[in-house]
Design a protein around this ligand. Structure first.
Ligand code: HDE
Length: 685
């Protein structure tokens, strides 16, 4: 029998291994990329000990060459991101709506890789600026990869893909000065927004607390565009995708997010990583809004317009499955950086709509991967490979990994008897939507109402959230230097809500300008409570972190009781002291663990300890920030001097809770509210 020829991989792992003596203590030998064992990884090859370095040092040259090319171009948008592996489990068969195979059998799990990102900042920017967040999920189905590449806000700034480069140019750092990084609070962004009334709806969302999430675990996700589901008979149903976090939604307070930017640049990345490491797997439910073309025709907005939502009161969500993230990446670059999402990656049973923003995206993502990953073979990178069989006659190109065998690399052919062939029954067929009109460059009339849904969003918020939107507009516009831009933005806000416009104008010390011209008069739509974060806030500390500030002489029993109670609720307790270690095994050093990093704080200190801490500015900031950021503060009886040093009296409001005769339960119960919103009004004076 003829011997099977060895592959390149066989050879490298074969005989050579015997020659590669291990480097001692069980370590395999260090080698070059050609497999040559390296004898010295500390010194270059030189002429004598103090002489010049030799060009023939292939070990040095290979290592430096590889290092020089370690960076690839970062994503032009969504450059900063964090990701995790997991699975999607479908609850019930969706065969009534789609033939997509992974949605047919209840309980079936499909592997996924999800990446969350900011939009504007570079790859090295921080996690907490005010920004939209990307929410991209790659489903490795047995019919190919399906990518749902969405955001945490259900609408977008623009209606047509042709405006995307303009939008992104305007929000990124200004081209002459190279700042600000990762911030929309500057002239070019607001100049663009003020001249694009279609962006006002999304701008109102971006100024809401949705744009400063507490972590990616606590945000919703949306596919934004209308898609189609197509069943086995070819019937199409329109569909919008929603992700709902099981952890509940939670956002930061603006001042807190500013401080976290300094205290922990990687706040969201760390949070996702640590939650998965400790087995607290984040989970989202997938909800679908399903509706027919006839229903769509009856809505008072166009479902192809990506600046519009469909309120849940109009089309409720059907929950169809869950996404669980249960494994961190093994290698950030190989997986998180090299993953290539693409809205054009769909599987039979899912199809596009004519949303002009979606249509433009179908071109962009494939194109950008060529630049970013440098080769048309990026589908061969493990994180991008489908798990189902994949074969065609595409060949060659930069860094081709597959060793295709045989002489047939074309189709039709008669020489490759077992080669792949097209498959009319199983293959992807595009839904045959009737195309109606001639070629044109025109914005449909049905896309013309830019304000009614912005008003609906604003009026669906609690008073607290409305206040945050007004403050965010005021903050951002105060950073704008050109008065005419401020005026123009406020002239749009008059249509959103006159009171909002008044508040922002007052904050900017200008008079309310006359309303912007409109193509269509906005109308009053009924408020939609699910658009508010606070209205559907969870009452839970599950997945949250409680800080316990101690001094060495603190009561160990109280610390233990706190730990037990927090953990029983699914939370994490972090002990903090002026020095790490010590009698309470503190994991956080006070100066490096400001209260902005935690969801609630407990001051377990004696009176003498509190007296000492009251003299420490870090301790005073710790308490004062917790107070300012509306956190629940639990305190032992002895903590009074520390509270007072931070300007708070024990029992000052319902969020300052004694850890006393009733034990720790009242504190835990109060902490479940996550914020004492009523305090915000009192703080405003
Ligand atoms: Fe993207 N977008 N986008 N986008 N987008 C990219 O693709 C683009 C849009 C979104 O974690 C790029 O691989 C155009 C809407 C996410 O890797 C690029 C338009 C939504 C991610 C691109 C849009 C998104 C991207 C850059 C207007 C929400 C990160 C790198 C027509 C539904 C995916 C890359 C990840 C990334 C183009 C608008 C979401 C340049 C042209 C709307 C979550 O191809």
């Amino acid at each position: 029998m003829a011997k099977k020829p060895s592959t390149a991989a066989d050879v490298s792992r074969g005989k050579g291994d015997e020659l590669h003596q291990t480097a001692g203590a069980g370590h395999p030998p260090l080698t070059t990329n050609q497999g040559v064992v390296i004898s010295d990884n500390q010194n270059s090859l030189t002429v004598g000990a103090r002489g010049p370095t030799l060009l023939e040092d292939f070990v040095l040259r290979e290592k430096i060459m590889h290092f020089d090319h370690e960076r690839i171009p970062e994503r032009i948008v969504h450059a900063r991101g964090s990701a995790a592996h997991g699975f999607f489990e479908v609850y019930k068969s969706l065969s009534k709506f789609t033939k997509a195979d992974f949605l047919q059998r209840p309980g079936e799990k499909t592997k996924v890789f999800a990446r969350f990102s900011t939009v504007a900042g570079g790859a090295g920017s921080g996690d907490t600026p005010r920004d939209v967040r990307g929410f991209a999920v790659k489903f490795y189905t047995n019919e190919g990869n399906f990518d749902l590449v969405g955001n945490n806000i259900p609408v977008f700034f623009i209606q047509d893909a042709i405006k995307f480069p303009d939008l992104i140019h305007s929000v990124k750092m200004e081209p002459d000065r190279g700042f600000p990084q990762a911030a929309s609070a500057h002239d070019t962004f607001w100049d663009f927004i003020s001249l694009m009334p279609e962006s006002i709806h999304m701008a109102t969302w971006a100024m809401s607390d949705r744009a400063i999430p507490r972590s990616v675990r606590f945000m919703e996700g949306f596919g934004i565009h209308t898609f189609r589901l197509v069943d086995a008979k070819g019937k199409s149903t329109f569909c919008k995708f929603h992700w709902r976090p099981k952890q509940g939604m939670q956002s930061l307070i603006w001042n807190e997010s500013v401080k976290i930017y300094g205290a922990d640049f990687d706040y969201h990345r760390r949070d996702l990583w640590e939650a998965i490491e400790r087995g607290d797997y984040p989970e989202w439910e997938l909800g679908l809004q399903l509706f027919s073309e006839e229903e769509a025709n009856d809505f008072d907005f166009d479902v192809l317009d990506p600046t519009k939502i469909i309120p849940e009161e109009v089309v409720p969500l059907t929950m169809v499955g869950r996404l669980v993230l249960d494994r961190n990446p093994d290698n950030f670059f190989a997986e998180t950086e090299q993953v290539a999402y693409c809205p054009a990656n769909i599987v039979p049973g899912i199809d596009f709509s004519d949303d002009p923003l979606l249509q433009g995206r179908l071109f962009s993502y494939l194109d950008t991967q060529l630049k970013r990953l440098g080769s048309p073979n990026f589908h061969e990178i493990p994180i991008n490979q489908p798990i189902c069989p994949m074969q065609n006659f595409q060949r060659d190109g930069h860094m081709r990994q597959t060793v295709n065998k045989g002489r047939v690399n074309y189709e039709p052919n008669s020489l490759g008897a077992d080669g792949p062939r097209e498959c009319p029954q199983r293959g992807f067929t595009t839904y045959a939507a009737p195309e109606r009109d001639g070629k044109t460059r025109i914005r449909p009339e049905s896309f013309a109402d830019h304000y009614s849904q912005a008003r609906q969003f604003y009026r669906s918020q609690t008073e607290t959230e409305q206040g945050h939107i007004a403050s965010a507009f005021t903050f951002e516009l105060s950073k704008v230097e050109t008065p005419a831009i401020r005026q123009r933005v406020v002239s749009h806000l008059v249509h959103v809500d006159p009171a909002l416009a008044r508040q922002v104008a007052d904050g900017l010390n200008i008079t309310v300008p006359k309303p912007a011209d409109t193509a269509v008069e906005p109308i009053d739509l009924p408020p939609s409570p699910p658009l508010s974060i606070i209205a559907k806030a969870p009452k839970s500390i599950s997945g949250r972190t409680v800080a316990c500030l101690v001094t060495d002489d603190a009561d160990a029993g109280t610390v233990a009781a706190l730990r037990k109670a927090v953990e029983a609720e699914g939370g994490v307790l972090m002990v903090i002291a002026q020095k790490v270690g010590g009698p309470h095994d503190a994991k956080g050093k006070l100066a490096a663990s400001p209260s902005v990093l935690f969801d609630a704080v407990a001051l377990v200190v004696t009176e003498a300890g509190a007296d000492a801490l009251a003299k420490d500015p870090d301790a005073r900031d710790f308490v004062a920030d917790a107070w300012r950021h509306l956190k629940v503060i639990g305190h032992a009886a002895g903590a009074a001097p520390l509270l007072e040093a931070a300007g708070i009296s024990p029992g000052e409001d319902e969020g300052v809770v004694p850890l006393g005769k009733d034990g720790v339960t009242p504190f835990i119960d109060a902490a479940k509210s996550l914020r004492v919103w009523a305090r915000e009004k009192r703080l405003a004076g």
